[in-house]
Design a protein around this ligand. Structure first.
Ligand code: NAI
Length: 285
């Protein structure tokens, strides 16, 4: 399969990442079917896309006709069968191995056998996800960064059995979406989260241990190391539950240096998941 034969892309999950991926694919001319488990989640995802496209218009990056065309290319659904005609599927559901394996096993039954199944997982093994299917050479990691419409980088993650044609195709897709790719072997956390998650957890521990206020930790890292967001602000943007799941996976595989910070667990237990729930380390409208 070549990139020219991809017209319709399935997206699993309409959350932070799924709606961003759906938007970027549709903006670049692909038909998109975005699936979540409840109508309300699908509607929230469509609403987030509307808001994001509106911000693109106000910044003069696109015009109203492109907004309408983009929206017209996105279909929201809760029915997995609606992905039957897709040439490629990108999964962006919750970061749980059992959920992803079940999704991949189901996708295998509804899609044609040559359809590529990509996962946006942050930390889980591509090889283990692929083992739930009989098309392991067509399973690959396609790890978009948050927020998807803004961030340029996409990490391509190569599982034990991922085929060369699959790897080439997802690089070509990401390039067609205006992104720049790099490649990682299927090792815990890949390149980005292996290095990012200990940094975030150390920021949370520094705050919890009273090294500085949260604002000063963020300002210190922004101005002191030239990153656009400090660790606490970034954790809120990623989602504290996603950071916790990622840290737990990494500590299982790589040992204690990846253990999640105590305060991260406490915030998630309290339901403060960051920007998406209205509160994390900071408050959001
Ligand atoms: P989220 O919590 O915002 O959205 C996940 C969505 O998946 C929810 O709407 C949920 O209802 C849906 N879902 C759960 N089971 C499903 C199923 N069986 N079928 C369809 N939808 C289902 O999570 P987020 O942040 O969008 O993360 C999604 C994936 O992307 C995770 O694997 C995460 O590790 C990864 N990721 C997250 C990043 C971030 O900054 N939040 C960055 C890069 C990757």
């Amino acid at each position: 399969m070549t990139i020219e034969s991809v017209e319709r892309i399935g997206v699993i999950g309409a959350g932070t990442m799924g709606n961003g991926i759906a938007q970027v694919c549709a903006l670049n001319g692909y038909e998109v079917v975005m699936r979540d488990i409840e109508d309300e989640f699908v509607e929230n995802g469509i609403e987030a896309i509307d808001d994001s496209l509106g911000r693109f218009v106000s910044k003069g990056r696109i015009d109203e006709s492109e907004v309408e065309a983009t929206k017209g290319r996105i279909t929201g659904t809760t029915d997995l069968d609606d992905l039957a005609d897709c040439e490629l599927v990108i999964e962006a559901a919750v970061e749980k191995m059992e959920v992803k394996q079940e999704i991949f096993a189901d996708l295998e039954t509804v899609t044609d056998e040559d359809v590529i199944l990509a996962t946006n997982t942050s930390t889980l093994s591509i090889t283990t996800i692929a083992s739930a299917t009989d098309r392991e050479e067509r399973v690959v990691g396609l790890h978009f960064m948050n927020p998807v419409p803004i961030m340029e980088g996409v990490e391509v993650v190569v599982g034990e059995k991922t085929g060369a044609e699959t790897i080439d195709l997802v690089h070509a897709l990401a390039t067609d979406l205006g992104k720049t790719t790099w490649e990682s072997d299927d090792k815990p956390g890949f390149v980005t989260n292996r290095i990012l998650m200990p940094w975030i957890n150390e920021g949370i521990r520094a705050y919890d241990e009273g090294v500085a206020s949260k604002e000063d930790i963020d300002t210190g890292m922004e101005l002191g190391t030239n990153v656009p967001m400090g660790p606490l602000t970034l954790a809120d943007h990623i989602g504290l539950d996603i950071c916790l799941d990622a840290s737990e996976t990494l500590s299982e595989e790589l040992g204690d240096r990846y253990k999640p910070a105590y305060l991260l667990k406490r915030k998630v237990d309290a339901g403060d998941l960051g920007k998406k729930s209205g509160a994390g380390f900071y408050e959001y409208d």
